[in-house]
Design a protein around this ligand. Sequence first.
Ligand SMILES: Nc1ncnc2c1ncn2[C@@H]1O[C@H](COP(=O)(O)OP(=O)(O)OP(=O)(O)O)[C@@H](O)[C@H]1O
Length: 251
Amino acid sequence: MTLTLTRCTYAYGLRARPILENLTYTVPDGLTVLLGPNGAGKTTLLRLAAGVTRPRHGSVELDGSDSQHKAYRAAVAWMPQQITAMAGLTAREQVAYTGWLKGMNKRDAWDAAARALARVDLTDRADTKTKQLSGGQLRRVGVASALVHSARVLLLDEPTADMDPHQRRVFRDTLTSLTGDVRVLLSTHDIADLAEESQHVAVLHSGHLTYTGTTTDFLALAPADAAPGRVAEAAYTALGIHPARDWPQQQ
Ligand SMILES: Nc1ncnc2c1ncn2[C@@H]1O[C@H](COP(=O)(O)OP(=O)(O)OP(=O)(O)O)[C@@H](O)[C@H]1O
């Protein structure tokens, strides 16, 4: 399963300045962390990859299948930055509904929703209306919705925002428990997401990917005297993106 964006350009509006310009990127194996300052275009890139919006120029394909194709939608899961609590639905119903939209039958979606909620440690709120959940709980519903139909590529937009430290741990355990050839691309402002389980890093700045490579190679960009615990930040700085101005706030 190879998801590739090829020479993609995107602008919000016909005369607007492009947010992404001539961007080519293949989502690597395993977990990739997408970094970049506020407004760099991370959400825009994830939306293109998810097929919820189309590039003005260029193509987005999964093994040759266009992002608007049914097979593409079935293989790719997207967790948006803002999770909408659907009026009247419980957590389990909302997750099951996502599975059904992705092509599962109702029975399978209902069963898979319970499993997905268990993976994000939300079984005890399965029957709670999503409108009554906290921000962190609603985000876990978003993660469960991305997991429900066993997609091969997961695109997660700031999945750990609003989560408390225990839930971040649960989320990381969930990522490491994904089996088979599942590729995950997640944007984050939490530097801890980078240090632990990720295999690859991509850094987006001013509409261009200014770094793509392994996490090990990325961390090696940091000067040898970087303070322990600040190596990733020092590596980011070495790319010419200054934390004081651009590094997103830790959650
Ligand atoms: N609907 C929209 N209409 C017009 N401009 C938009 C829209 N959505 C985003 N933008 C602009 O596109 C640029 C990239 O936004 P995007 O949300 O992709 O960045 P980001 O890297 O995800 O930012 P953040 O880290 O703050 O979430 C920003 O300048 C933003 O203001």
